[in-house]
Design a protein around this ligand. Structure first.
Ligand code: SF4
Length: 344
């Protein structure tokens, strides 16, 4: 049986310090390794040429660099690309790359499948197959063929990021630390279905933007769309956000998938304005992308614009997110690797 070596890519500086201590390497070697992993574009331990030959040999005995290429690429008519990555030994996840005129956003997955069971989402329907390591989260970014053009990152792919908060926080640490990629936290948004404990921890330990899936301001209706509302109620989530002292750079947004004749009425507009009162935030309206067997429909363009305008008139900054990559199932709610993964 071939033993898999531990991967260096995806380790935080503290973890690299532990590696160098264990191998008896000098203290400064951890920063040198971080440099090779996150600042220079090499892909092997052999190329870490400012480490002594002996140090490289010691590292290579127990560790590998840890990058792995996507196994499949799909390209949409609108330029969006979707990549299939192998993770967790024999599971698969998808990553979307969305180029625009002035930016390019990567939408990464944090889990293979998802436990949350939102009834409008293809990932939710495939069940849960496992949580990704920081290596597997960041590899989606680093091994993307268009890696150098990426300007923004959203954790809105497969899975619930705050259900895998330890590895997600590690990946954010690597992205935003000066020894890592040194990105501004304002280039990164983490989305959540609304896990209360996770939101608290995320707000305290990171400075990145937060996007909460809202989808209905009414308890009963939200519970039907998103089972998580049974245990993590929206009112409590809003209280945490309202009472947390945000720095002015940090953005809180609420995602709102518009379902025709379900959550697109004047009653919803009035209630949204009421519950979000006093919270500095914005609403992103997302068009519903139909998944097989779904009873829901998307309202037409005019109704969507009317809904947006009505919220703006109530003083809530509201935008409609452009749908990208629908023809390759890369758009919101469509990511699925059900065919490749066996649900557990
Ligand atoms: S919408 Fe997000 S949290 Fe809900 S099932 Fe899909 S991936 Fe999971």
């Amino acid at each position: 049986m071939i033993m898999q070596k531990e991967k260096l890519y995806g380790k935080t500086l503290n973890e690299l310090v532990a590696v160098t201590k264990r191998l008896g390497l000098p203290g400064f070697a951890a920063r040198q390794i971080a440099d090779w992993l996150y600042k220079k574009e090499v892909g092997s331990i052999e190329e870490m040429t400012n480490l002594s030959k002996k140090a490289r040999e010691l590292l290579a005995n127990d560790y590998e660099f840890g990058l792995s290429e996507p196994v499949k690429e799909s390209i949409s008519q609108d330029g969006t690309k979707k990549y299939l990555y192998k993770v967790l030994n024999a599971k698969y996840i998808e990553t979307a790359y969305i180029p625009e005129t002035d930016r390019a956003t990567i939408c990464v997955s944090s889990q293979a499948g998802c436990k949350m069971g939102c009834i409008f989402c293809a990932t939710g329907l495939q069940g849960f197959q496992g949580s990704l390591s920081a290596n597997e989260i960041l590899n989606q970014f680093r091994s993307l063929p268009d890696f150098k053009t990426i300007t923004n990152m959203v954790y809105m792919g497969m899975g619930e990021p705050l259900d895998n908060i330890t590895e997600v926080l590690k990946s954010l640490d690597i992205l935003t630390s000066e020894w890592g990629y040194a990105w501004s936290p304002t280039r990164i948004t983490v989305s959540t279905v609304g896990l209360i404990a996770g939101i608290k921890e995320f707000l305290e330990k990171s400075r990145c933007h937060l996007a909460v899936s809202l989808h209905s301001p009414f308890d009963e209706e939200r519970r039907r769309l998103m089972p998580i509302q049974r245990t993590n109620v929206l009112a409590d989530i809003l209280d945490i956000i309202r009472n947390f002292e945000m720095n002015s750079q940090r953005r809180i947004s609420f995602e709102y998938i518009l379902f025709k004749d379900i959550n697109d009425t004047p009653r919803h507009i009035k209630e949204l304005a009421r519950i979000l009162n006093g919270i500095k935030c914005r609403i992103n309206i997302i068009r519903f992308h139909k998944i097989p067997g779904s009873e829901f429909f998307s309202p037409d363009e005019e109704a969507t614009i009317r809904f947006r305008d009505a919220l703006n008139a109530k003083g809530i900054l509201t935008t409609i997110r452009a749908s990208r990559g629908v023809d390759i199932q890369a758009a919101c709610g469509l990511l699925s690797t059900l065919k490749q993964n066996t649900p557990v």
